[in-house]
Design a protein around this ligand. Structure first.
Ligand code: RB5
Length: 149
């Protein structure tokens, strides 16, 4: 189950991503916004991010104009590793190396066809574990105010 969220800048973009997920047989839950009226992206980013952190959803995709605000907000939620990706290589590597659990996209930065490629590779790439798990554990340590050195 994928948690989806967007702000007003990415409403149509999110609808296209929904169709893409549906065509791939991927289930999703939409955490808003559902209106083109100007809104505050952190509200929606945190709704989706919390659904991932509490296990209601497996992963999330959050979309705003640049993807930046959504990614900053989502990354404030404990356990979230949100990656803003504007290219498929980053999407692949952030799954393989960072075990990214939320993907951020910029609807005013990239086109929808590129976004679909990014989503596909991000969904399909497994985490490699090993030395990368050690580093993920260090990120958790930061969240828990543990020293890394
Ligand atoms: C909305 O105008 C815009 O600020 C928002 O979509 C996003 O790009 C923020 O990071």
């Amino acid at each position: 189950m994928i948690a989806l969220a967007c702000d007003h800048a990415a409403l149509e973009f999110k609808e296209e991503i929904k169709l893409f997920l549906k065509a791939r047989g991927v289930e999703y839950k939409d955490f808003g916004t559902d209106s083109a009226e100007s809104c505050h992206y952190p509200i929606y980013a945190v709704r989706a991010a919390k659904a991932v952190s509490n296990g209601e959803c497996d992963r999330g995709i959050v979309i705003c104009g640049t993807g930046i605000g959504m990614s900053i907000a989502a990354n404030k939620v404990k356990g979230i590793r949100c990656s803003l990706c504007n290219d498929p290589y980053s999407a692949q590597m952030t799954r393989a190396h960072n075990d990214s659990n939320v993907l951020a996209l910029g609807a005013r930065v990239i086109g929808i066809e590129l976004a679909k490629k990014i989503v596909a590779v991000w969904l399909d790439t497994p985490f490699e574990g090993g030395r990368h798990q050690t580093r993920i554990d260090m990120i958790s340590d930061i969240e828990n105010d543990q020293s890394l050195e």
